[in-house]
Unconditional design. Structure first.
Length: 403
């Protein structure tokens, strides 16, 4: 069989595939593969743009291991199987007065896939989904089941962002929060206006994010409706704030009020490839201004919006927010076009800002940059070697960085 990711830029043919229904089956499959000297990777929902799923060995599909298996309102915890989609959390959590603390632009990823790459939303007061992981069960390269909790902080911080290199995750425990409602506020603002107001926008809202639109057509590429206003060189600014129960629901575009999980997700078509880098938040206006200048000056064909978000710090060894609040800069290109020169130019520019990368999005990270910008990379590699001594969970994309 040929496996292809959601957007269609990654395909490969594994030697074998399997769809385990429970942890015991995962253990048996991993042990058999180890006996054959075969590599193993897990496919989540296939929403990564990078070759993080790729294997010529055994490919596991854990979509049958799906569902929220427990919530604890007092402790603010939720436990889920690896193939649980982000959207599967909504109703069970809400029914118990709980919600995810934060989430990203889509909700169709599997939780183990989203956590593996450090999937995030926006807001300096909130971490990525990885940052709220408080427990991980996984099947290691020796076929052993390890239950990792807060009493083993190094293991936990390695497992929070592992890109599938520590083993097959069979269960995750997340810290969640009390159920909350959000008010959205969308506005079109000039670049200078947003940069002048940057600190306030970032500090005063639960979530601040924006899309800078280089051309008039840019909005349509991400389904951003300008309601007839001029879009070229404008910022489509979205802020979300928590509101109390006295504020009525509103479904008016641009000022919706609803349960948090109905406000967060956007609608995307599989028509773009994305690169995403993270810069220390205190360098945000400088880096963003340099990005806009690069696109205006040298890259007139790059018409996809420049997406800008923020993420709060966490402790995960491979996290792009390791002990650093960050601004997130995402750029896209059209599938089928040669956009590599553009992405290289962005990489060159943002390397000068000590950028970290999104593991699920296109990047040009080298071992030198990994070790320069991820201070716990060696600690991660040591734990990876301990849990997977044969390197069966590495693949051609990850081996040069993590062997
Ligand atoms: C339209 C779109 C919007 C997006 N929006 C955002 C966003 O807002 N914020 C953001 O941060 N990212 C975003 N992403 C990126 C996406 O969240 C990540 O790439 C995420 O990892 C995808 O999850 P998945 O379930 O599809 O995992 P996959 O892409 O299938 O896999 C990701 C990694 O997880 C590993 N994995 C999966 N399951 C397991 C398991 N059980 N055990 C061990 N390893 C496992 C895989 O082997 C792989 O290494 C977006 C992507 C798209 C296409």
């Amino acid at each position: 069989m040929t496996w292809t990711n959601w957007v269609g830029n990654q395909s490969f043919s594994p030697a074998t595939t399997a769809t385990p229904r429970d942890e015991d089956e995962v253990v048996a499959l991993v042990k058999e593969a180890a006996g054959r000297g075969q590599g193993v990777r897990v496919a989540g929902a296939g929403h990564s743009f990078t070759p993080v799923v790729q294997t010529d060995g055994l490919l596991l599909d854990v979509s049958a291991m799906r569902g929220v298996v427990g919530t604890d309102r007092a402790a603010k915890r939720a436990t889920a199987l690896p193939g649980t989609l982000i959207r599967d959390f909504y109703e069970p959590l809400w029914a118990d007065g709980l919600a995810l603390r934060n989430q990203g632009d889509i909700d169709t990823q599997q939780i183990a896939g989203a956590v593996a790459t450090g999937t995030h939303g926006s807001g300096t007061g909130y971490t990525s989904l990885s940052g709220v992981v408080r427990g991980v069960r996984l099947v290691t390269g020796t076929g052993e089941v390890r239950e990792i909790g807060e009493d083993e902080p190094d293991l936990l911080h390695a497992a929070q962002v592992s890109v599938g290199m520590l083993g097959v995750v069979t269960q995750l425990e997340l810290e969640v929060t009390d159920a909350y409602r959000l008010r959205e506020h969308v506005s079109l603002r000039s670049w200078d206006d947003v940069m002048g107001d940057w600190d306030r926008l970032v500090a005063e809202h639960r979530h601040f994010g924006m899309f800078w639109l280089p051309t008039e057509e840019s909005g349509a590429l991400y389904n951003l409706d300008g309601h007839g206003e001029r879009l070229q060189d404008q910022c489509y600014v979205k802020v979300y704030d928590e509101v109390g129960p006295e504020v009525p629901d509103d479904d008016t575009a641009g000022r919706r009020v609803d349960r948090c999980y109905r406000i967060f997700p956007m609608v995307y078509d599989p028509n773009f490839h994305e690169l995403e880098y993270f810069i220390a938040l205190d360098r945000a206006p400088e880096a963003l201004t340099a990005m806009r200048e690069l696109m205006l000056r040298s890259l007139p064909d790059s018409i996809y919006p420049l997406e800008v978000r923020t993420v709060g710090p966490d402790e995960a060894f491979l996290s792009s927010q390791y002990r650093t609040p960050t601004v997130v800069i995402s750029v896209s290109g059209t599938p089928g076009t040669d956009y590599w020169a553009y992405l290289r130019a962005v990489d060159d520019l943002l390397a000068g800002f000590d950028a970290r990368v999104h593991w699920g999005k296109l990047h040009f990270l080298t071992p030198e940059r990994l070790h320069a910008h991820y201070p716990r990379a060696d600690d991660f590699i040591a734990i990876r070697r301990e849990l997977d001594p044969q390197g069966m969970f590495l693949n051609d994309h990850l081996r040069p960085l993590f062997e």
